[in-house]
Design a protein around this ligand. Structure first.
Ligand code: CP3
Length: 333
């Protein structure tokens, strides 16, 4: 069977419906997720092949999504740079102060990922998306140590000590390429880069610390690129020749499609809409599909990750509605 997701990435989706998957689809809004974690801390779960497989498959068992995304985290790349981190319940990642960077080959750092991807490729009926963080966003966590609003320490270092900051970005970029190479060799069908916090940079810093490393990565592995601010920076991201641009919710798909007629686009429903009524969700989807419903290079997704307390039934409604409605639109063309 032709995959609507992979065909859309080629700009050739002439299948019956618009493909849909959701950033952070394997997560806390699914009641069984908590049971699968069995009270273990997240670090342990991300390093265990059985848990990775079970949690990656979970949303696919619940909804008819068109792609799976590996259950992992953008901080995992720190393993191959010998940096330590943990996850705290309700808070998120905590990264220890930067230690001297000692590089480890991905093959020795991530045997459990190779095993998990191998198993998933046998069990999944849809393509598997591998991923990594954008070097700038990973640097934010490494320097800041935790989730932040304005990533003040990171921006301070960037302006006060650009040589040191660049060397951190370079080390992460190199490790990311090795890490993605491992995922591709193990069998992932596509790659997304989450450079979530690139939107906090001014334009020159965005070019230097987001675009430049992403261009090195995309030259090696054409990837779907996402950042907060991707609507604003869509032209710049298109210059990377990415597999697709994953748009945040701020931009108008119609305008962006007009500017970039040939780049596959993904997005961009505000995840907060999933807290609204089904009627409101349907209206928002209709307005997106009015423009994109017949587009051969379009993948439905959210403008950022799904939120932990999202009503489960609304997610089911969204997935079914996008597929049914786009099938209907495509029938009457
Ligand atoms: O999309 C998926 O379902 C695949 C898995 C995935 C996770 N993290 C699992 C996870 C992906 C693609 C990520 C990416 C990620 N991780 C990003 C970029 C995307 C984005 O949302 O901006 C970032 C910035 C991180 C770093 C990170 N990991 C944070 C800030 C947190 C805590 C915040 C939060 O959402 O709780 C995590 C923990 C994390 N990574 C969870 C999951 C499912 C929470 C799990 C739990 O608490 O049980």
């Amino acid at each position: 069977m032709i995959s609507p997701f992979l065909s859309a990435l080629k700009g050739q989706n002439h299948t019956a419906h618009i493909p849909i998957w959701l950033m952070r689809q394997a997560g806390r809004y699914i009641p069984e997720y908590h049971a699968l974690k069995k009270g273990q801390d997240l670090y342990t779960v991300f390093h265990d092949a059985h848990s990775i497989v079970a949690i990656t498959e979970l949303p696919l068992k619940k909804f008819s999504l068109d792609a799976a995304i590996l259950f992992s985290d953008i901080l995992m790349v720190l393993d191959s740079l010998s940096q330590e981190y943990t996850y705290q319940d309700q808070i998120g990642p905590l990264v220890a102060p930067i230690k001297p960077i000692v590089k480890k080959p991905a093959a020795t750092a991530y045997p459990f990922l190779v095993e998990a991807i191998g198993t998933l490729k046998k069990t999944l009926k849809v393509p598997l998306i591998g991923f990594a963080g954008g070097p700038f966003t990973v640097a934010c966590y490494l320097i800041e140590g935790k989730n932040g609003r304005d990533f003040k320490q990171t921006k301070k270092m960037l302006y006060q000590d650009p040589v040191r900051f660049s060397s951190i970005i370079d080390a992460i970029t190199e490790a990311t390429i090795d890490y993605l190479d491992l995922q591709v060799r193990a069998g992932v069908d596509s790659i997304q880069i989450f450079d979530s916090w690139a939107g906090i940079l001014d334009y020159p810093a965005f070019q230097c610390y987001c675009l430049a490393p992403l261009s090195t990565i995309c030259a090696r592995f054409p990837s779907i690129v996402f950042c907060r601010g991707s609507s604003l920076f869509a032209n710049e991201l298109a210059s990377l020749k990415p597999a697709a641009i994953s748009l945040d919710w701020c931009g108008d798909l119609k305008t962006i499609r007009r500017q970039l007629p040939h780049v596959p686009l993904q997005g961009n429903l505000d995840p907060m809409l999933l807290f609204a009524s089904k009627e409101t969700i349907a209206k928002a989807v209709d307005s997106i599909l009015d423009t994109m419903g017949r587009d051969p290079g379009y993948i439905f997704n959210l403008g950022h990750g799904i939120l932990p307390d999202t009503p489960f039934e609304n997610v089911r409604f969204l997935v079914d509605y996008v597929q049914d409605r786009s099938t209907h639109i495509r029938k009457i063309q």
